[in-house]
Design a binder for this molecule. Structure first.
Ligand SMILES: NC(=O)c1ccc[n+]([C@@H]2O[C@H](COP(=O)([O-])OP(=O)(O)OC[C@H]3O[C@@H](n4cnc5c(N)ncnc54)[C@H](O)[C@@H]3O)[C@@H](O)[C@H]2O)c1
Ligand SMILES: O=C(O)C(=O)C[C@@H](O)[C@H](O)[C@H](O)COP(=O)(O)O
Ligand SMILES: [Zn+2]
Length: 362
């Protein structure tokens, strides 16, 4: 399956089982033999780098590798500079390229390094986690975290191509799959009730029977949004549904709660805030709860409204005293509300109260 993304740089997303074995021939369509550097983490390295390296070498590429520790803490300034210095010391020029082989952490870090090395070199996204396939590898949003907060430095820099080998999904844990599932549910709430129904009507054990469909729908949603607003001046903001509070949850947990699980909490709280704020056309808390139960997501990690609001206010959606919140109005329909920061804590408190009432009623 091929999906074309028509952003300022047009590129192809290919979704296919065992695509990693065909890396060399695929990349040969884009580059003459050149230096390339595979950037990955230890888990992915153990499982998949060998195949990619073998295929690239057979196609005549000079292959370099940088392997990081797995986890969010890898998305940092030191590792960004480690990549840049490695490329410089090995004489990488602007006709060479780098490859992000891994989950969203590796994709975001590698993409940002590509955006700023020599003011921009080419990179390829080879997502191996479900989350990276359905969300982070598409659309060219790249970033690292600063000690002060999540994704605080970054750039929009589109890849040359995205190659998704769906066979990689077989080695993901349940928790890693959940992280991808919630970004798909987010996409469904934003734009596509039929995607929501795929999850709603199937049991988690049946994931294998509809995952490819769900990936294609999710990538299609992201493609449509980023083609319309590549640099997040308008409509792309909706992809942040659940993230204002989600990023706060991640940071409050010192990143022990992973991005996907934190966004799951943020998404439910956003649904609660929609109802509390009088913006909801439909009771999404009631629709999401059974799905959360079925797929094992948690909405409430016990953080107080004050703690959640404090974290949210240091995120990037704030402009002075105004913060933009993505509010789900109904399934497939969201809106962006600019509210005064003084209202945030009370809104979170009201949303959380609805969720806590719903939980205790069960
Ligand atoms: N740029 C964007 O548009 C965007 C979108 C969503 C999320 N993100 C970012 O992505 C990150 C989260 O991504 P993630 O959930 O992929 O986390 P991750 O990159 O940390 O990967 C999760 C875990 O899965 C392992 N893994 C990856 N592929 C595997 C495979 N096939 N088999 C076994 N293990 C595998 C990794 O080693 C890691 O331990 C966050 O930093 C988030 O901010 C960015
Ligand atoms: O692609 C986008 O745009 C998104 O917002 C996708 C999000 O799922 C993703 O987590 C993104 O990294 C959030 O970016 P941020 O700029 O809000 O930190
Ligand atoms: Zn996200």
């Amino acid at each position: 399956m091929i999906i074309n993304v028509n952003t300022s740089k047009a590129y192809e997303i290919e979704i296919k089982k065992h695509l990693l074995d065909e890396t060399g021939p695929r990349i040969s369509r884009l580059f003459r033999p050149a230096k390339c550097c595979i950037i990955t983490d230890e888990n992915v390295h153990r499982l998949y780098t060998g195949k990619v390296e073998k295929s690239l070498k057979a196609a005549g590429f000079e292959v370099h590798k940088i392997v990081f520790s797995p986890g969010e803490s890898t998305k940092n300034m030191n590792n960004l500079f480690r990549i840049l210095r490695y490329l410089a010391s090995e004489g990488f020029t602007s006709s060479d390229f780098i490859i992000a082989l891994g989950g969203g952490v590796i994709g975001d870090l590698t993409g940002f390094a590509a955006a700023i090395y020599m003011r921009g070199i080419s990179y390829i996204q080879m997502p191996t986690s479900l989350l990276a396939m359905v969300d982070s590898s598409v659309g060219g949003k790249t970033a690292i975290d600063l000690p002060e907060g999540k994704n605080l430095a970054g750039a929009f820099w589109q890849p040359e191509a995205v190659y998704m080998d769906t066979a990689c999904l077989e080695t993901l844990s349940k928790s890693q799959l959940q992280c991808g599932i919630i970004e798909m549910i987010k996409a469904a709430v934003i734009l596509d009730p039929s995607l929501f129904e795929l999850f709603n009507t199937h049991k988690p054990q049946e994931l294998g029977s509809f995952i490819e469909d769900a990936i294609i729908k999710s990538v299609g949603i992201k493609k449509r949004i980023v083609e319309t607003d590549e640099n997040e001046k308008g409509i792309r903001k909706v992809l942040n549904l659940g993230h204002t509070i989600g990023h706060s949850v991640e940071k409050l947990s010192s990143y022990n709660i992973s991005h996907g699980h934190a966004v799951a909490s943020g998404l439910m709280i956003a649904a609660g805030m929609a109802k509390a704020g009088g913006w909801a056309e439909e009771n999404l808390v009631e629709r999401l709860f059974p799905l959360y139960e079925k797929y094992g997501f948690k909405a409430d990690y016990g953080y107080s409204p004050a703690e959640l609001a404090k974290g949210a206010l240091s995120d990037k959606k704030r402009r002075g005293d105004i913060i933009s919140l993505v509010i789900p109005k109904a399934m497939g329909n969201v809106t962006v509300k600019d509210i005064h920061i003084s209202r945030l804590e009370d809104l979170i408190a009201a949303g959380l109260e609805l969720i806590r009432k719903r939980s205790s009623a069960e």
